[in-house]
Design a protein around this ligand. Structure first.
Ligand code: ADP
Ligand code: NA
Length: 329
């Protein structure tokens, strides 16, 4: 049976790109693999990006990210779900990996170059980030890592670290593979360009826990097919941001109404956006209700994470012991 690991950064509210690109896939894999699917809120990674990190909010953001995933269907009884800093073997294994990872490889990482380029002084942690990520994955001997396109290079480095370790100290780690969610590689942002991303600002994202009236205010002013100037002009839902979102959220009868209505000018863009809000409400309202219930019972969430850390450690400790003996400690 494959073993899946994925890390979730505790940065702000997850958006519908995170939801369709990652979170839904975690739930699906969890249904198939149970305790062989391991998900971790990777709080130790947060401070490596000083521009997006504030110690005052870290604990709360970690909690919120746990709530969001549980509300979206991740069942801590079914999968292993925990917080990275609760399992000290992550940093311990990362240290063993630092001694076999060439600095030159780390300096070549695209994400490192992007982030470091924006900073006056670069913390060593930002450079080491992919080493800790390799430890996150290999500590569970995971072979399957569901991630977005932007993480593929890091997973390749993880494979190289596994290879180098096995060669230097003796065979013990698998070489994990990245798996991409092909139908949701790149969900566009509300500005209509590129990929929805937290880093482009809240005005361009739709949060899965965002109040529906706030979502409506954003949809109302979102761009549509530019060829559709007047209400009577026909449009093309395949060239429209709202059409893209319909494909994610709407059922077949609604899609039929949207496609026919738009192409024949039978419905206007505002009607089409209202239909989208309806579909979004169907998907997101239950998630938001579950999130409210989880926030109202923070001990339930914390206990689930403590239990998850116990389950994670039961796997992590013997793997770390094996690694440390191999290195000679
Ligand atoms: P962001 O780009 O907003 O900072 P993260 O880097 O924290 O998001 O991504 C968390 C997960 O969500 C990753 O697996 C990433 O590939 C996925 N993801 C992020 N944005 C999108 C998007 N617009 N479309 C599809 N998947 C996305
Ligand atoms: Na990203």
């Amino acid at each position: 049976m494959p073993r899946v690991f994925s890390g979730i950064q505790p940065t702000g509210d997850p958006h519908i790109g995170n939801y369709f690109g990652a979170m839904k896939n975690y739930v699906k894999l969890g249904d198939q693999l149970g305790k062989n699917s391991i998900y971790c809120v990777v709080d130790l990674h947060a401070p490596t990006n000083p521009s997006a990190y504030d110690p005052k909010f870290l604990a709360q953001r970690t909690f919120e990210m746990a709530v969001a995933n549980m509300a979206a269907g991740l069942d801590p009884e079914k999968v292993i779900f925990f917080v990275q800093s609760h399992v000290p073997e992550h940093t311990q294994l990362a240290w063993l990996f630092t001694v076999i990872t060439p600095v030159g490889e780390l300096e070549r990482m695209t994400q490192y170059k992007d982030k470091a380029g924006k900073l006056e002084s670069t913390p060593a942690g930002l450079l080491m980030y992919p080493v800790l990520q390799a430890a996150d994955i290999l500590l569970y001997k995971a072979d399957t890592v569901p991630v977005g396109e932007d993480q593929v290079q890091h997973i390749e480095l993880t494979r190289e670290i596994a290879r180098k370790f096995n060669h230097a100290f003796g065979d013990m780690f698998p070489e994990p593979k990245a798996v991409l969610e092909k139908d949701a590689l790149r969900i566009p942002g509300l500005d209509g360009s590129g990929k929805m991303s937290k880093s482009k600002g809240e005005a361009t994202t739709i949060g899965i826990l965002e109040p529906l009236d706030s979502i409506w205010q954003k949809l109302r002013v979102a761009p549509t097919d530019p060829a559709r100037v007047r209400r009577t002009d026909p449009g093309d839902p395949d060239k429209c941001l709202i059409g893209d979102y319909h494909k994610l959220f709407s059922d077949l009868p609604t899609l039929e109404t949207v496609y026919t209505g738009c192409r024949t000018a039978g419905i206007g863009c505002v009607d089409c956006k209202k239909l989208l809000l309806g579909s979004m409400t169907q998907e997101l309202a239950p998630i938001q209700e579950r999130a409210a219930a989880l926030r109202a019972d923070p001990d339930f969430v914390r206990d689930a994470l403590v239990q998850g850390a116990k389950e994670a450690r039961a796997i992590a400790q013997p793997v770390f012991e094996e690694a440390r003996e191999k290195v000679g400690f």
